[in-house]
Design a protein around this ligand. Structure first.
Ligand SMILES: O=P(O)(O)OC[C@H]1O[C@](O)(COP(=O)(O)O)[C@@H](O)[C@@H]1O
Ligand SMILES: [Mg+2]
Ligand SMILES: [Mg+2]
Length: 337
């Protein structure tokens, strides 16, 4: 098989008119930063990267050292290239403009620098998630409000999973593609083009420990899956929960399945657990481009008009038919109420 590097793939995408030179460079820079995060992650205890940073982020969550290191790597890598107007991160309260000493570009980059933080210290896959938007015309100093664009306007989205292999999954709205890092050569190589998620699945991912706090339609849906062959679905379902969204989504991208982080009584006042701008929107774009579906249980994630940079939403995503059944149960219960 002829091997195609990420750089060659980006040139092809430019020729096809899917991206411009600035966006191509931006993806290269993000991919290079993620290689550095992979190196830091792989060093583990030997690199002094495990454990708590001793600080808290805007979400009120304790930061791990690797959350802080990954955030810095992404900010530093993106500061100088002339492809960005500003960055926003799950770890920072406000967007960070590109310093005045560097040229500015027309894109906005949003990222969850290190997803699955609870898994860092136990040597389970973690990742980085990113989303790219166009900076509104005439805005030279983007503020939070300029990032508040619906997911349907994303120009690109991707994630990198730091697992047994380091893998980048990317979309520009023309299919979802996967690249595997060749560690010896230092290049991402195309490993799957135009990924398709099967519409049917018998595998679901959810944190079952929250079951008693879920809303009634979620209780009903998961109850039916657990009843297996003897229940109304007449089929046995398997369950997986890595607790790193990147790893759970990557499994779905690879063999199908469905992922839920629903609303529950504990997190209701926050709107959900996962962040719309850094997690839900980019993953929804990637999943939809692979033939899957992504909703909040009530509406399509990518159609939400964001109200805040750190807004949280419920997330249902993956194989189309299961997302539809679970969403239908919620919409039906709302209508009945
Ligand atoms: O610990 P829980 O409740 O199972 O939540 C796990 C979820 O939280 C997350 O770790 C949140 O992401 P961060 O690690 O970036 O905060 C997701 O990756 C994962 O799906
Ligand atoms: Mg995350
Ligand atoms: Mg994170």
């Amino acid at each position: 098989m002829k091997s195609i590097s990420l750089i060659q793939f980006l040139i092809e995408e430019r020729r096809a008119g899917h991206i411009n030179a600035e966006l191509s460079l931006l993806i290269e820079v993000v991919a290079r930063a993620c290689k550095r995060i992979a190196v830091a992650t792989n060093k583990g205890a030997l690199g002094g990267v495990l454990g708590e940073a001793g600080t808290g982020n805007i979400q009120g969550e304790a930061q791990k050292k690797l959350d802080v290191i990954s955030n810095e790597i992404l900010l530093e890598a993106n500061a100088w290239g002339g492809q960005l107007a500003a960055c926003a991160s799950e770890e920072m309260e406000d967007p960070q403009p590109i310093p005045d000493m560097y040229p500015k570009g027309n894109h906005l980059l949003l990222f969850d620098p290190l997803d699955g933080s609870s898994n860092i210290d136990v040597n389970i896959s973690v990742g980085t998630i990113f989303s790219i938007l166009r900076c509104p015309d005439g805005i030279t100093e983007p503020k939070a409000e300029h990032f508040l664009q619906a997911g349907t306007t994303q120009l690109a989205a991707g994630y990198v999973v730091y697992g047994p292999a380091t893998v980048l999954v990317l979309t520009f709205g023309h299919g979802t593609h996967e690249f595997t890092l060749d560690r010896e050569v230092g290049s991402f190589i195309l490993s799957r083009r135009d990924i398709r998620i099967p519409e049917e699945t018998a595998e679901f991912a959810i944190n079952m420990s929250n079951q008693r706090h879920w809303e009634a339609p979620m209780q009903r849906y998961i109850g039916e899956l657990l009843a297996g062959k003897d229940g109304p679905r007449a089929k046995d379902f398997n369950m997986r929960w890595v607790a790193s969204m990147v790893a759970d989504v990557h499994r779905i991208i690879t063999r199908g399945g469905v992922f839920f982080y629903p609303l529950d009584a504990k997190i209701k006042s926050k709107g959900g657990k996962l962040r719309l701008m850094y997690e839900a929107n980019p993953m929804a774009f990637i999943i939809e481009q692979a033939g899957g579906a992504a909703t909040t249980g009530r509406e399509r994630i990518m159609e939400i008009e964001p109200s805040g940079l750190h807004q949280r939403v419920p997330v249902f995503l993956g194989s189309k038919n299961e997302v539809e059944v679970a969403t239908h149960y919620h919409v039906e219960a709302d209508a009945a109420a």
